[in-house]
Design a protein around this ligand. Structure first.
Ligand code: 8YV
Length: 323
């Protein structure tokens, strides 16, 4: 008998066909997050769950007694209770690599947009406020030859560093682990302590995972160490930043601006954020290109099928759970 597979949102048909050839497939056809109750209900008889934009909590797992693998469609897996999966010997997988450059592209796009006030200027032109050209009109900040600070130097952090180097920026980074020297040399990135990173960055871009260690890693104290001319870029996770403290810094001009793809209480926005001119806001779309979303869905499917067919899935997050 084919294993039962549940996919939580519509994904490309080529991926669904691949899954349907090897499993008994059910798909939630609405592109909306299933709540724990209905998700648990849908997983009752399921062995493989392809999780796209859902929270897989203890409540869900307690209803899914046959589950053997949760294949997350995303590199970050803070939406999955990994410890609870491990305790039940359920494999958890993610989709690293395929979205690295796409996410770094967006981080750099946010950096440029906020520095050169692209969104603000677009509104200015559209709203017919451009009546005459002025020398002192809508000045931005230079990007080239400034210091780009990278917090979290994994795949995406490194890809962001390469983009900065291409713009002639000085690259500093801080990470749990220092990168090998030859990689530092190749990228032209210098390892510094956290405080130096905060003090010296003109642009601070966050690329760490969301864990209990990184929760509010950028809070009031950290923001106070940054230059008032600095910009914060976050394409990692909203919980890494104390949003209240960031809004206060932006309001009081202790931080020049922010380019944000992620928020502390997504999709809810801090009430003051949308009123600030010095921020550029995106609805968590770091990996959202057609090419990359296809690769993510296919990789999640490959991980899922490998686990169901008794192989070690290529992107296993919890090897402890695996026989
Ligand atoms: C996903 C992401 O779209 O990969 C990640 O970590 O943030 C995004 O690419 C999101 O996790 C929804 O699955």
């Amino acid at each position: 008998m084919k294993p039962r597979i549940f996919v939580t949102r519509p994904i490309p048909s080529a991926v669904l066909e691949r899954l349907a050839a090897r499993g008994d497939l059910q798909v939630h056809h609405e592109d909306a997050s299933l709540k724990p109750g209905p998700l648990g209900e849908a997983c009752r008889e399921v062995e493989g769950l392809l999780a796209v934009g859902v929270r897989v909590s203890e409540e869900v797992l307690s209803q899914a007694s046959k589950l053997r693998v949760v294949a997350n469609c995303g590199v970050g897996y803070d939406n999955i209770d990994v410890a609870a999966c491990t305790a039940r010997r359920i494999a958890v997988t993610n989709t690293p690599g395929v979205l690295t450059d796409t996410t770094a592209d967006l981080a750099f796009a946010l950096l440029m947009a906020v520095a050169r006030r692209v969104v603000e200027c677009d509104a200015f032109v559209r709203q017919g406020r451009w009546q005459r050209w002025e020398f002192g009109m809508l000045w931005g900040a230079d990007i080239h030859h400034k210091t780009l600070g990278i917090f979290g130097f994994g795949r995406i952090g490194q890809a962001m560093a390469r983009r900065g180097a291409g713009f002639g920026m000085r690259i500093l980074y801080h990470s749990r682990r220092r990168a090998p020297e030859d990689l530092e040399r190749e990228i032209g990135a210098q390892f510094v302590d956290r405080e130096t990173l905060l003090r010296e960055s003109d642009f601070l871009s966050l690329h760490c995972p969301s864990t209990s260690e990184t929760h509010h890693a950028i809070g009031a104290r950290e923001l106070s160490l940054m230059k008032p001319s600095a910009f914060l870029i976050n394409t990692a996770r909203g919980k890494v930043v104390d949003e209240e403290a960031m809004v206060a810094a932006l309001e009081s001009k202790k931080l020049a601006g922010a380019g944000l793809d992620v928020f502390e209480h997504e999709p809810h926005l801090h009430p003051k954020l949308s009123g600030l001119a010095n921020v550029v806001l995106m609805p968590h779309l770091g990996s959202a290109t057609g090419e990359t979303r296809f690769k993510m869905a296919m990789l999640a499917a490959e991980n899922l099928l490998a686990a169901l067919e008794g192989q070690r899935p290529p992107n296993l997050v919890n090897p402890e759970a695996y026989p």
